[in-house]
Design a binder for this molecule. Sequence first.
Ligand code: HEM
Length: 451
Amino acid sequence: MTHSTETREAARPRPPRRRPPARAGLAETVRFMATHTLPVFVRGVASPRFGVVALYSRLNQPAWSDATLRSMRARHGGAPVLVRGLSGEMLVLFDEEDVARFFAEPMDVLAMDARDRLDSLSVFEPTGVICSHGRLREDRREVNDRALAAGQDVHPSCAEYQRIVTQECRPLTATTVLGLPGLRTALARISRRTVLGDRAADDTELAGWLTTLRDRANWMGRSRPEASRALYARAEERIARYAADAPEHTLAARALAAPCPEGTDPLGQTHHWLLAVEVCAPVVLRTLLLLAAHPAEQDEVRAEIAADTPGLPRLRACVRESLRLYPIVPDLVRVTRAATQWRGVRHPAGTTVHVPIGFHQRDPERVPGGHLFAPGRWLVPGADLDPRTAPFGQGPGRCPGDRLGLLLSSLVCAEVLRGNRLTGARPVLDTGRPLPGILDTAGIRLRLGRP
Ligand code: HEM
């Protein structure tokens, strides 16, 4: 990648003359807003509204957004397109090389602190990395990454987390039908125990406060800001009490144990961690649904579990594949800190850059079998760095909890599948056809039977 003092350009040869940017016209902008941007807000930016998800599933809403993005890409020849969004213009990337560059650029060029995200998430994690700027952001990210053991395949607390998962999954395998409520309860307890310790396991009051704050984050911080600040303060105090004597293996203790730069609250990230671990519940449920619909894959995974294969690579590949098909973060956003050039067109500092990664990673024109469940693709060397399929993002902005999320999700799946077989599931997925673009996760029911 070449650097210049004023502008940056991807290594690909570009025409020297300046061109006007590709810009969405009025009809295209309205279509983009109606089929892509607004549905994300209605579904909930910070906390999914499951009723809306069920409606989208009936209406096959992702197909509308896919059709819009496909036609924009064709109309503008794959060039980045400026589109007016809810809070100003953004540059939408369609080309694989542009997406690869989006991931590769350092934070001082493509920063992660986009305004929308801050407004929304500062309700429940005001001192978290996601709501910080500049140097402070980097410091906070460092504290965060150390506690999460970002980039390490085996988390140092792996053995303790395995023990917690085994204990919390017992109620799940004691039943014959598994759905979202049971998994949410299990993951919420796993989350409190791994982040704050066993003393917090039963604290559903704290969980309720954090849920309220997350729901309010859907309103971009405009719903009852005073009440939210007071609630945040109560939650913060409760978290600090647990953290004060949390055992070594917890994320809170790991954050407190390391040196912490001035202005960086080591516990400022706990809210995000508690949420992020809980989010593994729908991930696990969708992975298991896909395995129920693909019995041969289920057999391979069960054999891997029975053999105690270290790291459960096949099962992890299934979790990744379910995240590719049903991403938690379908749109990635950065804001430029310097002037940049994309395909020979100069864009000023402060440009919002948008990658609809949920669209890209299913795109059958670029990703073979894009709408099918094919977990083997994640076992191919280098798959984790393929910019077409990036459910955790990539590069300096990559999710620092990716390994932990995969670890906990695959351990929970393994507990369910150990000694059990998924014998039936609702909804019934037709594996001979493209998989639905969205699943009504709250409506999933899995039947557990003896093998
Ligand atoms: C298992 C499911 C998970 C998925 C699919 C996921 C995905 C993502 C994605 C796509 C991003 C944004 C990356 C970008 O903008 O390029 C992100 C950010 C982040 N994730 Fe995750 N994540 C997961 C689990 C976790 C867990 C378990 C934790 C911690 C306990 C975590 C902590 C974070 C943090 C702190 C950030 C913000 C990073 C920053 O803004 O610098 N994630 N995640």
